[in-house]
Every structure is written in structure tokens, then in C-alpha cells.
Design a protein around this ligand. Sequence first.
Ligand code: CU
Length: 496
Amino acid sequence: MKRLCALLIVLFSLLPTVDAHVGNPDIYMEGHAGPYLLYITIRMPQVIPGVAEIEIRSESSDVREIRVAPMQLTGPGSRLAPTPDLARRSAADPQFFTGSLWLMEFGSLQVHIEADGTRGPGELAVPVPAIAQRTLPMQRPLGLTLAALMLLLALGLISIAAAAVREGALEPGAVPKFENVRRARIATAIASALVIALLFIGWKWWRSEAVRYEANVYTPPEIDALLDGSGRLVLEQKPVHMALGSSRRPAQLVDFKLLIPDHGHLMHLFLVRLPAMDSFWHLHPERDANGEFVEPLPAVPPGHYQLFADVVLKSGFPVTMLGQLDIPEFAGQPLTGDESGIAAAPISQSSAGALVSPLPDGGRMVWQRPQTPLRANTALLFRFHVEDRDGKSARDLEPYMGMAAHAEIIRSEAAVFAHVHPAGSVSMAALDLAQAGLFSVAAGANAMSGMEMPAEHVDPEISFPYGFPKPGLYRLFVQIKRAGQIETAIFDAIVE
Ligand SMILES: [Cu+2]
């Protein structure tokens, strides 16, 4: 019986809590469903299967109803939409809709949104990378109840077997003979052994399921970055030890050969000097014949850098890989193409109130921020205005890698990193895949027109939907292109 108890204790102390996620799994997006401009927030579940909460705000008041459905982003599942759920319209605010959706599988999914109103129907697709952020432990009362029930069943089974052998063949009222009692003892021993064996098999099964699930808990892949003799930065993926069955084998999480370009580049590499965040670089390493990413490093000032390497898998699943690099004093290569680098004052609480960031050409960027404090886990619209050196609205903005602007939002200790665009926090490559799958071509084209910037002229008003995942001190790098020059504005923000 002691062994049984020990087994039960082991059984219910399983499933360790893994708090692995770095960053912000929630999705913020702005886009057109037909004629309607929608601001969408998807709050991702901690575990898969799990329920994602969707909040949609319509810019106009003529949207009557919104329906939402989850699907795969690519492959056959992307063409088979389930029956969509009707989003609830808020009674207090008729432009606000909420819904919840079960996400049943890991990987690259999308939420398909159908809006209907006085201007007819419209569609929009939001790419959704579904990951488990942790393993949920079993609740104690549930565990204890199940353990008690199992104990009852196990003891019941053993005593039924013993009683059947001892008394099954007796006449009513007769007393069991010594022989019956002896055989009952043997039956008890056999039944106990069987029950223990069954529990052991159950425990093994439970454990293998748990290990399989743990392998799906997402931790950002790591990269090894090193500077070779010729001043090239070489990025190699660190293998992770994946649990496969009962063994743990080294595996590469990201296949460097199966990536798709995201606004024209296979990798966007960001270097931030820590802890001051006073040196920031946005580079585009290229894949060499060995399958490694290499970059002739520009004249990055020496120091300890945090690396964020953004790539998008073929399935449309975006991955930010993490690395560290100590850069010595050295003469770097000149910047090329869309690459940029900037030096700034150290991040600080006292600079968090500043709403104006000077730009290198004498112009400036103004953050049109509400006076209210910034709150974590709240969908916000970040609005910026670009002025030229005469204080007038800048008229020389150009698309920068196909977008009006790119913003990188980093928490002070670098545990939160987001790369956002006017369309939101979704990867643009994934968004292209999602829009391409829309049922009506017109709807896809319509949705895209709000996201890409094919025109030569870019408006000096820029906005990004995003929400901070937790309180703290953040630095925002807002990158634009004006008259052929890439410019980066910097804002610090305290989030409550
Ligand atoms: Cu970007």
C-alpha cells in the first residue's frame, strides 16, 4: 500500500510550471475588412488547446455584425473555414465587439473576420502564431479529489477480487474455511500487483503526454553570434535539447533553409547595447552557402549587445531569435541598403515624459500621446507626427522597406521586444499569406491597401496599434525614411 501511495504522490506532482515566454504573444492589428477599418486585439491563451479572446473596435458606426473563425494559415486547412462565431456587440459601445475562439492546435493559424454593415460585407484575416506559453499545473483540490477516487477504485478492485475468491462459492451463512482464506490472500497479492502495474502504465502514459506537451512550450530560439577575423558577424543557431519520446536530442528549431522574406529580407537583426540602450542597429544579414547568416558588421560602438533576429518560417510563423554579443573596438564596414544605426542618450525614467525626438536632418518627430498614463495589457494606438526643420508637416517621407514606418519597442531589461508596423504587431510576411487566402480577391486587395504603402508619398502622420505586455520602462525606436535617408526617433515610456 505504501508503494501505491508513493505512486499517487508522484502522479500528482507532475507537470512542472514552465514560465518560458519572452515578450508578448498578444496580437494587435489594424486593417480593413472591406470598407470598414477595424482595430483588432487577440489575447492569446497560455496553453493550447485554449481560448483566445478577441476584441474588435470598428472605426465607423455602420458595422452591424462581425463573425470570427480560426483556421490554419497555410495548407489545406487554410481553405476550409469552420462556421464562424458571432462576436458580441457591446451594449454600451456599439462600435466594440468581443468574441472568444478555441485554438485547438499549435502553429501558424489565422483568424478570419467577416464584417457586415450598411456598406456591404468585408473580410480580413489576422495571422496568429499559436504557442503554449507554459504548462498549467493541476489544481490541488482537483488533484486530491482524483487521487482519493483512484485510491477508492484501486482498493475496491483488490477487495472485490479477494472477496470473490474467499466467499464466492460458499453456501449462504457458511463460514470461510482456512483453504478459502489462504486462496483469498493469494488473490489479494495478484490483484494488488495488477493494480500497481495498471497505475504504473497510466503514470508512464501521463508522463509521456506531459513531456510531449512540454516540448511544445515555446521558448525563443537562441543564436550564437561571433565576430570573425575579417569583421564579419556570423550567426549560428544554438541547438535546443528537445524531448522526443523519453530521450532528449539536440534539434534546430528554425530551419534556416525554409524561411520566407519579410519586407524584402530573410532576417532583420536588431542590436541594442545594454543596459543603456544607447546604441541601436537594424541590419539585414544574408544567408551564405553554409546556411549561416553573415553580416559585414558596420562601425558599431564597443559594448555588450542584445541581439534580436526576426525571421519568418515558410508556414508564416514569425520567430524572434535571441543572442548576446560583446563587440570590441574595431573599424566597421559602411552601412548598406536599408540598414541603419543610431546613438542616443541612455534610457531613463526622467526622459520618459519627452514627446519630441529630434531627427538628424533638423526635423523632429512628435509623439501625440494622450495625457493619461500608459497601462499594460491595454490596446493603444501610438500616433506620431513628423515635422521638417521649419516645423511644418514633413512632405519628404518615403516607404521604408515597403512600409510607412517600422517601430521596435523594447523593455528596459530587453525581456520584451516587439517589431511593429502601421498594420500592427503581426509579421508582414504572414499577413501577406493570410490576405492571399481570403475568399474574395477584392476583399484581399482592399485589406492590403490599408497596410502596404505602394505610393511614393507617405503621410507624415504615422500610427501603430500595440499594447505593452507588462509594466516597466520601455524604449520605442520609430524608423522612417525621408528623402533617401533612414531616420530613427527615440521615445522612452513608463508603463503602469
Ligand atoms: Cu519592420
